[in-house]
Design a protein around this ligand. Structure first.
Ligand code: NAP
Length: 264
């Protein structure tokens, strides 16, 4: 995987097609919304944004929206055929690896061009105190020590990895109510980003946070927690990304739009 490498997909869109190009965006990220917003004004293509349905009230982008899984690779392939999709843009979150696997396999099998966006990971600065965790379970055991007051922001799906942590205290932030059992000593905040640095600093101070646990999501929307930890010299357990793509990826929304233009 090389985020800087130029994508090498050949334009295979059928020039005899009778419809304007139909573009499917696999979304759930701010970049996916941005791509949809940038393409919304175009009347020479049809845009469909797809969400998994994890968030109760997703911010709906412009264009057509569909919500819910496709039913694995086979379901996705059927959808691409039934909906006459000409190009797929995978703009899903760096930790959403299953949908990307499915998209690669489905597009490769059908010969549908796939543009894969993977935003660059965050990098520590010299003054940062980061410890890398291979996954959420590793992060849980690194965080669960007496006296730790942990700010835990990993979304709600994998919070179960922390449910048996009884030694540390946790401030858990998620968008929607988690289904998983929370750690015994914890407080839950339900809030959607972006978050401002001043608010993060105040929250860290008010709650005497001594450790942050975060996925290495990258991007700017929730970076203020990293800035706040840096300013207050709070260490971070940073969870590594899973392997996501086997094809070359692009790193920015502009690259996606350029590549789409080339394909169309
Ligand atoms: P995942 O593990 O890669 O996908 C699990 C299943 O959810 C997929 O097999 C697919 O179901 C369905 N799915 C995922 N993204 C979809 C989409 N955009 N449209 C339709 N179906 C989708 O994904 P995840 O980690 O559960 O994340 C779910 C969604 O939340 C993603 O769209 C992602 O961009 C967003 N998100 C994830 C995180 C995170 O930390 N994981 C953070 C922020 C946002 P079928 O097999 O039935 O098609």
């Amino acid at each position: 995987m090389d985020a800087n490498k130029v994508i090498e997909i050949q334009p295979v869109i059928n020039s005899t097609r009778s419809h304007s190009p139909r573009v499917l965006i696999l979304g759930g990220t701010s970049e996916a919304s941005e791509i949809a917003a940038q393409l919304a004004a175009r009347d020479d293509l049809t845009l469909i944004s797809s969400f998994a349905g994890r968030v109760s009230e997703p911010r709906r982008p412009m264009g057509i929206v569909r919500i819910g899984g496709f039913g694995g690779v086979v379901g996705l392939m059927s959808y691409l055929v039934d909906e006459n999709i000409d190009v797929v843009i995978d703009a899903t979150h760096p930790f959403a690896s299953k949908i990307s696997d499915n998209a690669e396999l489905a597009c490769n099998t059908l010969g549908v061009p796939l543009i894969a966006l993977e935003r660059p990971p965050w990098e520590p600065e010299d003054c940062d105190h980061w410890r890398a965790a291979a996954d959420v379970l590793a992060a849980a055991s690194m965080a669960n020590h007496k006296g730790n007051r942990v700010f835990l922001t990993i979304g709600r799906q994998e919070l179960g990895a922390f449910s048996n942590c009884e030694d540390a205290w946790f401030l858990v932030r998620a968008i929607d109510q988690p289904n998983e059992k929370l750690p015994t000593n914890s407080k839950l905040i339900l809030k959607r980003g972006p978050f401002h640095l001043e608010d993060e600093l105040q929250m860290f101070r008010n709650e005497s946070i001594s450790l942050v646990v975060s996925k290495n999501s990258g991007g700017t929307a929730i970076y203020s927690k990293i800035d706040a930890a840096r300013a207050l010299r709070i260490p971070i357990v940073m969870i590594d990304r899973p392997r996501k793509h086997n094809i070359p990826t692009v790193a920015h929304v502009d690259d996606v739009l350029r590549e789409l233009e080339r394909l169309l």
